[in-house]
Design a protein around this ligand. Structure first.
Ligand SMILES: *[C@@H]1O[C@H](CO)[C@@H](O)[C@H](O)[C@H]1NC(C)=O
Ligand SMILES: *[C@@H]1O[C@H](CO)[C@@H](O)[C@H](O)[C@H]1NC(C)=O
Ligand SMILES: *[C@@H]1O[C@H](CO)[C@@H](O)[C@H](O)[C@H]1NC(C)=O
Ligand SMILES: *[C@@H]1O[C@H](CO)[C@@H](O)[C@H](O)[C@H]1NC(C)=O
Ligand SMILES: *[C@@H]1O[C@H](CO)[C@@H](O)[C@H](O)[C@H]1NC(C)=O
Length: 749
């Protein structure tokens, strides 16, 4: 029987990975004795929780040699949605287990990393949006993150009744965490590797700030007069302020977020009764059956729970996406129309606009300025001094001055301040679209302005300058953030990812008092609200809208909610964003329209199983997903369309060297609106021909299904190794527009 092997994967279409995703740790020295954590999946058996764990122990004893050794090494038994355990094993022991009949697969535990006021108005979910409050109060959103800050105003429970009766989650008293309220109704932490993390606390409390931020973006209360030191002042709020929050802390300041913790948390969230799971964690890129987020989300999907996850912050490299399973909603990050800028003025009167969040007002009109490269500590440090790295600058020459530095790594502001400098003017070769928060006066200028400033410093006897406090400027938006991970999907050539894009640049949301604004040495700035940027911040926007849709349509499947979100998205401009759908998927999140999509592309568990078979996975490699069902992939594999999915988007990869590539997509839509007639509208670029059959769909009643096929014929693009062409299919009827992106790409490999 073909079981999944270590190191290699069953994935057939591993395209290319340009990104630099690395394992955070858990790389173990080779040798017999090296032990590591593994997750061992077992065949499903309908036994009680107690006897399941007994069975795990029995299996483990047989390879460990004794029950005592088994007890020592087992860290967790998963019993709620699937049968599995996590244990510390040598490679030999893991391989022995893999040979056993009861064992389906064995995976190495790996470590993942963490990847407003204004943003909701910007995407069209105003304070006054129509709400179904009666149901919204019963929605529970689950987050896997760094923990939460219960004392934050965003999570006070004034006016909230007791948790909904379906809720089975729990919430105890932990270190620095005095239990839940009627807003935060679940809080747990997961740290199965047992290694202490001196920088963190064994408690759902958020020491980092990331989890507090994502939770408040998703479901935070209205908080008036929120700002960061007066910047972006306004009312902070989540998508669903009346919904309840359950926090599953799986990410730790030093060690990141491990597979076995993520699996345990997702299992708990699923059985606790959350409605939506939001995960702003990602990497390393794995396939659809080994990745813990993918596996956990599959089991959640079977219970009707939608999982929304971040695409990653490894852009703009192509193929850098994580969380790209078809049953996940994969979220990219866009910028909104607000940017933070600081004016820099030189002694000669010239001024420049820098990017960055600088809360400091200058005390003097001008300060003397030096260039880092000119004030090196000694001859060895000369070549690094221009980057203002730690221990490279001469404190005597920095004290009381501004320092001009080339961007090497973030934190020059801390280095300069630490040795008595006034502030830092950073020059970046790359044009930045995201503002960094500084712990001392600082801003970032582009290379052009940098050159002018450096020339000024070198051609003036007593050069001087000043950096002003940041202010807001309007920029044109939305645009794809440069850091947002891009397709094509490294997991499958048949599936377009990301699915959707949402605001993820300089989002203001709640923060923890346990961390300074920058986390840098010497920073003593604290704030109840902070700006953060990342696909991590975009994800709770989409999870929030999923919860919002669910508050109107409590019976919809995860696939139907995803379809509603994708087909109502606002198309983005491929002129501005050259990676097109590989950067923004179906387009910008459009909350109020998502509630009323007209038609949905629905899917159930078997649709995904067929997809996996079609992708080359075997029945046994997906056994830990499907449970007791026995899947014979070859019997499932006939008469399929190109992608074997009923997905709300379509993606075709050109066959290299052929004069034309042709494929057929089969789709079925379900009417969730009034009786209507829909007409197909096709948009296709030159060289691409798309035909839909039939071109009109008639619906006379709710939940009626209609099928159609889409035939795409594409001629190759001349002489480029990589191209992405955008087309679309839009079903239109009075008051409704159901749009699917159709992407045709080529890649010489
Ligand atoms: C956490 O609680 C402990 C005592 O329970 C206290 O000593 C410590 O200062 C607290 N830590 C923080 C960061 O509040
Ligand atoms: C709003 O917050 C600022 C600090 O950010 C504070 O100085 C001001 O008094 C607050 N205003 C109100 C009305 O609460
Ligand atoms: C930015 O745009 C908003 C409206 O879109 C306007 O009220 C505001 O004055 C503008 N701010 C600047 C600095 O131009
Ligand atoms: C799986 O299905 C194929 C085709 O229907 C059939 O030939 C084969 O015997 C089946 N295998 C098993 C193990 O049932
Ligand atoms: C659909 O097409 C038919 C026939 O061309 C036309 O009469 C009808 O107005 C169209 N409906 C919409 C909503 O565009």
């Amino acid at each position: 029987m073909a079981k999944v092997r270590f190191g290699c994967s069953v994935l057939t279409y591993q395209l290319f990975l340009l990104s630099s995703l690395t394992l955070l740790n858990n790389t173990v020295a080779s040798g017999e004795e090296a032990k590591n954590f593994y997750i061992v999946y077992l065949r499903e058996s309908r036994v009680s929780k107690g006897s399941a764990v007994q069975k795990y122990m029995h299996l483990l004893s047989s390879v460990k040699g004794s029950e005592h050794a088994a007890k020592e090494s087992m860290v967790y038994g998963y019993t709620k949605s699937f049968n599995a355990f996590a244990a510390k094993l040598s490679k030999d022991e893991a391989e022995k287990l893999m040979e056993m009949d009861e064992v389906i697969s064995v995976f190495l535990n790996r470590y993942h990393k963490l990847h407003t006021t204004k943003s909701w108005d910007f995407i069209g979910l105003p304070l006054t949006a129509r709400r179904n409050l009666k149901l919204e109060r019963n929605i529970v959103v689950g987050l896997l993150d760094t923990g939460i800050t219960p004392q934050s105003k965003s999570f006070k429970d004034d006016g909230f009744g007791p948790p909904p009766s379906k809720w089975k989650g729990t919430c105890g008293h932990f270190a620095n965490f005095s239990g839940c309220n009627n807003k935060i109704i679940g809080a747990k932490y997961f740290k199965l590797d047992g290694n202490p993390d001196p920088a963190d606390i064994l408690s759902p409390i958020d020491v980092d700030g990331h989890g507090t931020h994502t939770s408040s973006t998703l479901a935070g209360n209205l908080v008036l007069n929120a700002s960061l030191y007066g910047l972006a002042k306004g009312t902070a709020r989540g998508a669903v302020p009346s919904a309840r929050i359950a926090m599953y802390k799986v990410c730790w300041v030093s060690s990141g977020c491990s597979d076995m913790d993520i699996l345990a948390a997702m299992e708990d969230a699923t059985s606790d009764g959350v409605d939506v799971i939001s995960i702003s964690i990602g990497g390393p890129i794995q396939n659809y059956v080994t990745d813990s987020i993918s596996v956990g989300a599959f089991h959640a999907m079977k219970k009707g729970i939608i999982t929304v996850a971040s695409a990653g912050n490894d852009g703009p490299s192509l193929g850098s996406l994580s969380n790209h399973s078809p049953w996940l909603v994969t979220v990219a990050a866009s910028g909104i129309d607000r940017q933070f800028r600081s004016t820099v003025k030189l002694g000669n009167g010239k001024s420049f606009s820098g990017i960055g969040i600088n809360t400091f007002e200058p005390k003097e009109k001008l300060y003397p300025i030096v260039s880092g490269g000119d004030v090196a500590k000694n001859s060895e440090s000369k070549e690094f001094a221009r980057f203002c790295f730690e221990n490279t600058l001469d404190p005597g020459k920095v004290k009381g001055r501004l320092v001009y530095c080339t961007l090497g790594q973030w934190g020059a502001d801390s280095v300069v301040k630490g040795i008595g400098g006034i502030g830092t003017l950073v020059e970046s070769e790359q044009d930045l679209d995201t503002a960094q928060i500084f712990m001392a006066p600082a801003t970032v200028v582009n290379a052009n302005d940098g050159e002018t400033i450096e020339n000024y410093i070198h051609s003036t006897r007593s050069p001087s300058a000043v950096i002003y406090r940041s202010h807001e400027v309007n920029v044109s938006a939305p645009f794809v953030a440069s850091f947002s991970s891009r397709g094509p999907n490294p997991g499958s050539r048949h599936l377009l990812k990301p699915d959707i894009i949402a605001p993820g640049v300089e989002i203001l949301a709640a923060y923890t008092p346990m961390n300074s604004l920058t986390g840098l040495k010497g920073d003593n700035q604290h704030s109840d609200f902070i700006f953060m940027s990342g696909t991590s911040m975009a994800t709770p926007h989409v999870a929030g809208v999923a919860a919002y849709v669910k508050s109107f349509h409590p019976t919809w499947t995860a696939a139907a909610i995803k379809s509603a979100i994708m087909t109502t998205a606002k198309p983005m401009s491929r002129r501005v964003n050259k990676d097109a759908e590989f950067a923004y998927g179906a387009g910008q999140l459009n909350p109020t329209r998502a509630v009323n999509p007209g038609l949905v592309y629905d899917m159930d568990e078997m649709s995904y199983v067929q997809f996996l078979c079609h992708e080359g996975y075997t029945g046994s490699s997906i056994a830990h997903l499907v449970g007791t069902k026995s899947i014979n992939c070859s019997s499932l594999l006939h008469g399929f369309s190109y992608d074997a999915l009923n997905y709300p988007s379509m993606q075709l990869k050109m066959e290299n060297g052929k004069p034309q590539t042709t494929c057929v997509f089969w789709r079925t839509v379900t009417n969730v609106g009034p009786p209507s007639v829909y007409n197909a509208t096709i948009k296709a670029p030159e060289g691409v021909e798309i035909a839909v059959k039939p071109t009109r769909l008639f619906f006379t009643r709710l939940l009626q299904k209609r099928s159609f096929k889409v035939v795409v014929k594409a001629k190759p693009v001349e002489s480029t190794s990589f191209s992405v062409r955008s087309a679309s299919l839009e079903w239109k009827s009075t008051g409704y527009s159901v749009r699917s992106p159709v992407v045709i790409y080529s890649l010489q490999d």
